[in-house]
Design a protein. Structure first.
Length: 555
């Protein structure tokens, strides 16, 4: 093996570096072995990543057993669920870039021979993948795992139910005491949000794209088997180093299309569109927003998961895990089985070993899909020339036409919902929440959950240049591009304008004459940036459109 770490650790001139490393317990023998960076996103601000500190112990044991020397380091993580509906939520998408940058800097600075990234909450997963692809040294992603469901009134509940209960309480459908009881029950321990929300969606992506070993993601974080999974991943990264198997060998066009099919078949989050566009960019693989609609429209929805379905992510594990889903898609010709994975084996080889639990009801057979097409639909039209995204899993209607109710920020819309000012038929428009305008495209589970909880989920539409939590359900259109802050048509919508959303024809249109729109455009002035200094100002000045993944990379 040709080891990059030898530049740091070997030779007479490196005596000073060795002296410093020996100060914390490394030996000459340790430093002659491949050095594996263990990028840990452990943090004490959320349950999602909480057990990663302990799981890192198992990872490092696996690395050592396979002949390597692990060196652990930390990066940041922002909790979407904790910060939802506040100014703090603006930090979430920005953190994806900083996670990628910080892992990249550590690996370039210390010249690690391989990297295993330990991830859980939403942005840590794509952030880690982006970094591995930039670096293109042998790398592997280990997902910490889902939270177990809570129990309330004899039913499994998740954080989604709490946010919807807020709207129900505001509408007088439940008491504040019932809301508190749900709050106390929903999150029973460590792990990422429990449905096919963004974290579990992106964990699905990592298995289908090949950067995570099949069968590792669906094991819940508190399950004792996660320690064995972590140890195995520690050994696997050493195998990748020995084979010189690199992320860009794995993340090909076929692998990315496999990942999109995995999202479609599991009813995954709309955030997968944003993150996969960013990942493809780092991999140097051409990908357009229209590709998601093309692949989703040919892929059946097979997995009955919240937010639209019945089951939680832990139930997928009990059913046999994501390899069962992959086997279904492989048998149906919906994924490319020849794509290589981080184990060195193909996706087809891995899927062939799936072990389905007899009698499970979570993953449907190909003969009886939940829906014949997947959950992601891409819309274009006069309101979104660059595109917009809607998740149609669980929707009972294919069109909506109604008057615009216009809000300049999420908090104003939330107030209108909780005060009972939104009526059936309305189209709630929330703008200046895009990549630049927000900045950071806040997720809007608070307001979308409140709409559903208030009983308006079947009669109201919402559209925004921001984005949604993976737990969002209902007739909700996000990622409207161009965004309002850059002069996209969403900036020119006025109260009462008629808006039409037509899913069958993939259209989203503002019913205003072109001449009137031109006049509004001429009068429009870009608002002052909400931040003029610091990390948000840097982000505003460098971020691209949501239709391009909202990336800040110069690639």
């Amino acid at each position: 093996m040709k080891l990059s770490s030898y530049t740091i650790t070997q030779g007479r001139d490196r005596a000073g570096a060795r002296a410093m490393l020996k100060a914390i317990g490394f030996t000459d023998d340790d430093l002659r072995k491949p050095i594996i960076g263990v990028a840990n996103t452990w943090i004490e601000t959320m349950p999602c990543n909480y057990n990663l500190r302990q799981l890192a112990v198992n990872v490092k044991e696996g690395v050592r057993a396979a002949g390597g020397t692990p060196m652990e380091f930390n990066t940041i993580a922002i909790s979407d669920g904790v910060t939802m509906g506040t100014e703090g939520m603006k930090a979430s998408l920005v953190s994806r870039e900083i996670i990628a940058d910080s892992i990249e800097l550590m690996v370039r600075g210390h010249m690690f021979d391989g990297v295993i990234a330990m991830v859980a909450c939403d942005k840590t997963i794509p952030g880690a993948a982006m970094a591995l692809l930039r670096l293109n040294v042998p790398g592997l992603i280990l997902y910490g795992g889902t939270i177990m469901p809570g129990r309330y009134n004899g039913k499994d509940i998740t954080l989604q139910d709490v946010y919807e209960a807020i709207g129900a309480a505001a509408a007088g459908k439940i008491t504040d005491q019932e809301l508190t009881a749900m709050e106390n029950a929903a999150c029973p321990g460590a792990g990422a949000c429990g449905g096919q929300f963004t974290a579990n969606t992106m964990a699905t992506v990592m298995e289908f794209i090949g950067l995570s070993p099949f069968g590792t993601a669906s094991v819940p974080q508190v399950d004792p088997r996660k320690e064995d999974v972590s140890y195995r991943c520690g050994r696997l990264i050493m195998e990748a180093v020995r084979r010189d198997l690199k992320p860009r060998d794995i993340v090909t066009r076929a692998a990315i299309e496999n990942a999109i099919a995995g999202v479609a078949a599991t009813g995954g989050s709309t955030n997968a569109v944003l993150h996969l566009l960013a990942i493809a960019r780092e991999a140097g693989v051409p990908l357009e927003i229209r590709d998601f609609d093309r692949i989703s429209s040919r892929t059946p929805l097979l997995v009955d998961l919240k937010p639209a379905g019945q089951y939680v992510a832990a139930d997928v594990d009990a059913a046999g895990g994501l390899p069962v889903v992959a086997k279904r898609l492989l048998d149906g010709g919906y994924i490319d089985g020849s794509a290589i994975t981080v184990t060195g084996r193909t996706a087809g080889d891995e899927a062939a070993e799936a072990k389905e639990t007899p009698g499970q009801q979570v993953i449907h057979p190909l003969s009886s899909p939940i829906k014949p097409t997947g959950g992601l639909v891409i819309l274009h039209g006069t309101l979104a020339p660059e595109g917009a995204v809607i998740k149609v899993t669980g929707l009972n209607r294919t069109a909506h036409r109604g008057p615009a109710r216009v809000f300049e920020r999420e908090e104003d819309a939330m107030g209108a919902v909780t005060r009972g000012q939104i009526k059936p038929g309305d189209v709630v428009v929330i703008r200046y929440e895009g990549p630049r305008g927000g900045p950071g495209m806040r997720e809007m589970l608070g307001v979308t959950g409140a709409i559903v909880g208030a009983g308006l989920g079947e009669s109201v539409a919402l559209l925004t240049d921001g984005r949604f939590s993976g737990a969002t359900r209902g007739f909700m259109v996000g990622h409207v591009a161009p965004e309002a802050a850059t002069g996209g048509p969403i900036a020119f919508v006025e109260e009462g304008d008629e808006i039409t959303i037509d899913l069958e024809n993939r259209r989203i249109d503002l019913e205003v004459a072109p001449e009137a729109l031109a006049q509004r455009h001429a009068k429009w002035r870009a608002p002052a940036p909400p931040y003029r200094t610091g990390v948000f100002a840097k982000y505003i000045n460098t971020v691209t459109s949501a239709a391009e993944g909202a990336v800040t990379s110069g690639v």
